[in-house]
Ligand binder design. Sequence first.
Ligand SMILES: Nc1ncnc2c1ncn2[C@@H]1O[C@H](COP(=O)(O)OP(=O)(O)OP(=O)(O)O)[C@@H](O)[C@H]1O
Ligand SMILES: [Mg+2]
Length: 322
Amino acid sequence: MSVIETRELWKTYGRIEALKGVSLRVEKGQIYGLLGQNGAGKTTLIKILLGIVRLTDGDATLLGHPAGTVDVRKRVGYLPEDHQFPGYHTGYSLMDFYGSLYGVPASVRKQKIPETLELVGIAGRMYSKIKTYSKGMKQRLGIAQSLMHDPEVIILDEPTDGVDPMGRREIRELMSELKGQGHTIFLNSHLLGEVELICDRVAILQQGKLVREGTIAELTKTKGTFVIGLLSGQTFPSDAVIKLGYAVRPLPDQAGLFEITLSDGQTIEPVMKLLSERGLTVVHIVEKKQTLEDVFMTTVEGAEPGVDRKRRRGARPVGGRD
Ligand SMILES: Nc1ncnc2c1ncn2[C@@H]1O[C@H](COP(=O)(O)OP(=O)(O)OP(=O)(O)O)[C@@H](O)[C@H]1O
Ligand SMILES: [Mg+2]
């Protein structure tokens, strides 16, 4: 049984189609990342799983039960995006409130609250009012709140939003630890570098459709691409290399560097041999690796401008990071 499963999931809000037939599966013990631009439908999918909004068509199950099943909620921890905890609570009293809501006995809460707040690094401030917390502290409290009842599944909408780099690393470590204990984590994030470090699998949503899905290794695998530079003054024999069957292009913003792309079954050795036969000296050669960000950018580049138009205009130009 999958922990989370959606099949042909559709959601429309009036005329807005937020999800258009999304099918995905999350297995026990995985850390699964859902990526996508603003408005892609990530939060909508989470809200359907939790029964906060109703699906329009298709189906969604959480721990084997239809999305929204009340009893299942007790087995799930949830960090909403843009949560606003009442500022008059202290960290401790908020945790106590949520704990009782989830049916955690008072004696357990007493022990569990400081422990959990320690895990997220804010135990030292647990008796201060939330209104005196920084953004990152509120976020850490939100994560702690989602763990209060030791849930099997933890659903985090932008868990590290507003958290400083050190804190983000601590949160990643916490997630690995939770995974090690058998918890399943489903998260939304825009921080691709971070997702790459922590997630077992990711799905990329684009305007309500799932456009890529797989393990990080599967998604970032490239056909071999090398960047080669010769001693200054030497001319790269592009035509000869193309004749050998390679794709060659000069890197536009790095004079003297050439990108060689191999097709299936090719290796870079024949190119090196040709260069040495011609008495040319290679001073730079690196194999290019794709990052999750590269994959994401190439995936969403063709997107029609949507709500994200302003940001896309300032996005990296086609052609990648080089
Ligand atoms: N309650 C609502 N009523 C109408 N439209 C909504 C509602 N909630 C979401 N939408 C629309 O559904 C689409 C998907 O929104 P959603 O919040 O799921 O995106 P998201 O991927 O979480 O984006 P972000 O990265 O900005 O959080 C958007 O077009 C949004 O405007
Ligand atoms: Mg969202």
